[in-house]
Every structure is written in structure tokens, then in C-alpha cells.
Design a protein around this ligand. Structure first.
Ligand SMILES: [Zn+2]
Length: 105
């Protein structure tokens, strides 16, 4: 669905090499009559519910969320690579702290 090495353009769906690859899967999703069951967390609740949808509906839902998800993945990978570089270059006088906080406010 994307280039092997994800770039910022791939993640933002602006890469000319991979931005249209999703269309291939959309056609297959539209042709399918299969129902898919999955669990989804409910907003503002700590519960997840089982949902049954057509392949086309699930595909449309995932496509809608794809750009923000890929941006999240791209940023995470960049941060991981930077953290790995800092660890490898650390000496006996270096302290690395990794602090994570939720964006789910
Ligand atoms: Zn790409």
C-alpha cells in the first residue's frame, strides 16, 4: 500500500509512487459481500463493542483514519530512530530519558 521505506509524503498520502495504491483494494472491497466482525473502543468509555460491517464499510472507515494513523506511525518511527542514535552515541556522562504522554485528552 506504501513505499517500502515510508517517507513523510507517503504518510501524508502525497507520494506520487504510492498514494493511489489504495484504489486497488477499494475495488476489491466494493465487490465483496462478506461481513466482518471486529471490536472497537468507544469514545469516552473504557469499553469496546463488537461491530459487524461489510468489507466496503470497514474499508471506508479505515481509509478515513489512514492519514492520521500513518502520520502517527511516521512520527513514532522518526522518534525511535533518533532515540536509537542517541543511545548508540551515549557515553558514561549521558542520561537519556524517554517520557511518553497520552494524546487522548
Ligand atoms: Zn510512497
Amino acid at each position: 500500500m506504501m513505499c517500502g521505506e515510508m517517507t513523510k509524503e507517503c504518510a501524508s498520502r502525497e507520494c506520487v509512487k504510492c498514494k493511489d495504491k489504495l484504489a486497488t483494494y477499494a475495488q476489491a472491497a466494493e465487490r465483496s459481500s462478506q461481513l466482518i466482525k471486529y471490536h472497537q473502543w468507544q469514545k469516552d468509555e473504557a469499553d469496546k463493542v463488537e461491530i459487524a460491517s461489510s468489507v466496503a464499510e470497514v474499508f471506508a472507515h479505515l481509509k478515513h483514519k489512514l492519514r492520521s494513523f500513518l502520520t502517527h506511525v511516521y512520527i513514532k518511527r522518526k522518534q525511535d530512530a533518533h532515540m536509537r542514535m542517541l543511545k548508540e552515541s551515549a557515553d558514561g556522562t549521558t542520561i537519556l530519558l524517554q517520557i511518553d504522554f497520552s494524546e487522548n485528552a
